[in-house]
Design a protein around this ligand. Sequence first.
Ligand SMILES: [Zn+2]
Length: 312
Amino acid sequence: MGKYIFGVDLGGTTVKMGLFDPEGNVSEKWEIPTRKENNGEKILPDIADAIKAKMNEKQIADSEVIGVGIGVPGPVDGKGVIYKAPNLGWGEFSIKETFSKLLGGMNVEAGNDANVAALGEMWRGGGKGFNSLVMVTLGTGVGGGIILGGQILTGSTGAAGEIGHIHIVDGEHEKCGCGKTGCLEQYASATGVVRLAKRRLEKDDEPSVLRNEEISAKTVFDAVKEGDKVAIEIAEQFGDYLGKGLAGVASAINPEAFVIGGGVSKAGEILLDYIVKNYKKYVFHGSENVKFTLAELGNDAGIYGAAKLVLG
Ligand SMILES: [Zn+2]
């Protein structure tokens, strides 16, 4: 009977790994670099070697391993097929089959990293106790992961949950990373908050502490907490855009909760206040009381979710 699960979070520069028991307790955490040369051909063999080395070190037999879960930065469908991950140099192939072969036939499950992080937060983090939730990661970009009835919603080509690219603003002149304009990510990510702040400060000469410091999502929300009027306007604008985007998502799928994570979420409860207030303005009444919580697992959400992927 198996008693160990490996959870793997494959990122662009490092691979995070964790050794879990079926209850979700992690006993070991470690990292290896992501070697992307030659179209990323070394990445999966490196991870397989690291897992085998850990099994050796801890004297774990193959039969004691329930499986290995992996989250990857690209669209993955429900069968463990990745469609394309340009930042790793990968084209379309079955991660589930390829990785399992490298691990001597072990059970492997694969998912998109944002979706897998959502699963992790539901299992052991800010989404505990919910069965249907949306995780929103406000970091460099805006990531999304949707869990419905305990299962990841992958969509037909693994592209479900791309909340950051919901169109929010007409007439935007700057382009989003995806090539379109007016995406939620352009206003609600860490760089998005800075964009909103700079535009507000350029509008007039109203005094603000933000005029004397380097602008970041952190300095903006710190200023909000101090009662800075201009910063509060920026937070309102941020909350309006994000609230509108999430209201659209909720109106479509009616989740139990939104779990908000990523660097911007370090602002804490005050961030939720601005999101929820605006969300209620836009959402269909049937989804008005959806809960909002803060993510709790930070950078570990991916390894937790990957392990949970194995348990189903
Ligand atoms: Zn976009």
